[in-house]
Ligand binder design. Structure first.
Ligand code: ACO
Length: 322
């Protein structure tokens, strides 16, 4: 009997039209381009238009991924969206997307693992496909963090942007996802969170803006993303040299570089897109993946190592034969 793998059949992504540069931010908070570039590597971010919702961006990325997979949308039998900024409290953004795509009946749900949402979604879809419960899964990371950012807080507003990325995973007897590794440690939930909750239609117990203890997040991110990546290599009996591309969560260039250094991974094999769109939360890994697939760096047969970390804390990795 042959094994069934979940293989990346297609990728897609979407960034909103509006670009906000560091120079634009200098006009609204006490910051400057040199500080932002030196501490984060971010030069600009894309911001969703008024009225544009997470599902709008997810749909654009999904249609591009379906087109690149060359399959009929009706063949999709599982939809998972990693998002922290759903269109509505309920139902899930995945069900809203299902209506847009005209695919009815298959399971559709959102995953809340903040910036690790795409890796969590990938891991779940992999298990559906390996067990025969799905044949073509649409896995998306999409977020509009600009809606939960306090644009007067320079500690956070310089870091984030909006976007969406997607993959179609298809059942195949050729190797695809080799393994995924998910982790969480809820003791850290207050180091990166939105404190407020809604009761009686109003925000209670604080505000509804993202709040972060930057240095703690930084240290945890470096150690744990590196650990997740090492686990993926160890379990598959591979070494850093066997990997063609490291595709990290695009949080911050300094975090990306520190993880690569810990893994002894040469910088030229790390996909970096954070300079162009900032931290897009769950969208960041599939955005970076799609960028490097479309510009020709990532080729069929390449070994990819994906890693991410987000609020909770949650973190994880995936090792994939593309
Ligand atoms: N512009 C100018 N100065 C600033 C800004 C800003 N936007 N923000 C802070 N500063 C100032 C501070 O007030 C401080 O001034 P002081 O020395 O007079 O008190 C000084 O810069 C240094 O501040 P620190 O917070 O110590 O700066 P640090 O070197 O820690 O860098 C940063 C801050 C970039 C946020 C860093 O901690 C970091 O990258 N953390 C990780 C955050 C992250 O990526 N979060 C994303 C979500 S988590 C994830 O996706 C993995």
């Amino acid at each position: 009997m042959t094994n069934t793998y979940a293989r990346i059949a297609g990728t897609g992504s979407y960034l909103p039209e509006k670009i906000v540069t560091n120079a634009d931010l200098e006009k609204i908070v006490d910051t400057n381009d040199a500080w932002i570039v030196e501490r984060t590597g971010i030069k600009q971010r894309h911001i969703a238009a008024d009225g544009q919702l997470t599902c709008d961006m997810a749909e654009m990325a999904a249609r591009r991924a379906i087109e690149s997979a060359g399959i009929d949308p009706q063949a999709i039998d599982l939809i998972i969206i990693g998002t922290t900024t759903p269109d509505k409290f309920f139902p899930s953004t995945a069900t809203l997307l299902q209506e847009r795509l005209g695919i009815f009946g298959c399971p559709a749900f959102d995953i809340q693992a903040v910036c690790t949402g795409f890796i969590y979604g990938l891991s779940i879809a992999d298990k559906f496909i390996r067990t025969g419960a799905a044949k073509n899964a649409l896995v998306i990371g999409a977020d509009i963090f600009s809606r939960i950012i306090d644009w007067t807080d320079r500690n956070t507003c310089v870091l984030f942007g909006d976007g969406a990325g997607a993959v179609v995973l298809s059942a195949d007897d050729k190797k695809g996802i080799l393994s995924t590794h998910l982790y969480a440690d809820g003791r850290h939930h207050e180091q990166l969170h939105v404190p407020g909750y809604v009761k009686g239609g109003k925000v209670q117990a604080g505000n509804a803006f993202a709040s972060m203890q930057g240095m703690e997040v930084f240290k945890f991110a470096v150690n744990n993303m590196a650990h997740a990546a090492e686990e993926a290599l160890k379990i598959n009996g591979l070494k850093t040299d066997d990997v063609d591309w490291l595709i990290p969560h695009q949080a911050n260039k300094r975090i990306l570089s520190a993880v690569a250094k810990k893994l002894k991974f040469p910088e030229e094999k790390v996909i970096v897109t954070v300079d162009k769109h900032g931290n897009t939360s769950a969208a960041s890994v599939p955005l970076a993946l799609d960028t490097a697939v479309r510009d020709g760096r990532i080729k069929r047969g390449d070994m990819l190592l994906l890693e991410a970390m987000g609020g909770g804390f949650t973190w994880g990795s995936a090792l994939i034969k593309y």
